[in-house]
Design a protein around this ligand. Sequence first.
Ligand code: SAH
Length: 341
Amino acid sequence: MKDVILSAVKTHTLKKDEIVSLLSDDTINEALFKTADKVRKEFVGDEIHLRGLIEFSNICKRTCKYCGLRCENKEIERYRIKPEKIVKYAKNAVNMGYKTIVLQSGEDDYFSSDKMCEVISKIKDLGLALTLSIGEKTREEYEAYKKAGADRFLLRIETTDKTLYTKMHPNMNFENRKKCLHDLKELGFETGTGILVGLPEQSIESLAEDILFFKELDADMIGIGPFIPHPNTPLKNASQGNFTLSLKVMAITRLLLPDINIPATTAMETINQNGRTIALQAGANVVMPNVTVSEYRKKYEIYPNKICINEDGAKCRGCIEEKIISIGRRVSDSFGFRKRG
Ligand code: SAH
């Protein structure tokens, strides 16, 4: 099995059955994590890119079965941060030293293309790299965001198992989600995608297909997080995703796409106290601290027990910097675009 890992390091390719055997064999975990850490160091170095996350609206028209923001959840208090305020929060993030802002929300139609573009161009005037994570839009809308200055877009495929995708996303279309990702790539966005690990009925084989999909798309960023059941969703009684398995999917992704950006996700830290630090030592090179003011943080409950919901932006930054330094790494002061290696 160690030979499979070594060959992946040399060729950055693996066959589906090789990925399945790596995911199924827990005796190789330490070797896998160490190797992913070495590949990370060789291709993207010791710098960690911090992306300041602003969760600007929890209003969503979708009904994704796992997500607390789904419109059928009547228990959460909805909010929407107005455009001027979003720009103000982005300014605060610049003052804290962030070089990238990520604007994330539910699929909230209040933010028309024009409104979004206005926010984008004002934030770009601050001299930041800008990432959007606002769901499925038309190609024309994506094009307008690009013209307004947006640099990157995150849209997780969530799972590449079409049957499972269809079960998890009522009234959504798997082919359209893939089309969105291809549109984003063609329009010149740095394109991020990713999956949830541990969805009900998700197989190891489908996780292997997910990893091969990342490679085929040549994604610039991959976010992997365990599924965490939310009490106000149809999946409230489902079991939580496994931390180690999520970490393994992430580490194998680093072997196949050595020069991309891979975040140590908040969901990993939610189910494991040192989740992000562990991930940063198993292939990850990005962290996305929350810069949303605490009044809204509590309400952006995609899953329960999200970390740091009572903290403010400055505290989150300080806390993560300490962790980064404690593992011998440093915070980057560049924009952190993908450099092809
Ligand atoms: N509306 C945007 C942003 C969604 S929230 C979009 O469609 O891209 C960002 C990510 O949170 C989702 O892509 C999903 O992978 C993750 N997420 C949602 N619910 C979750 C849960 N219960 N457990 C873990 N991650 C979850």
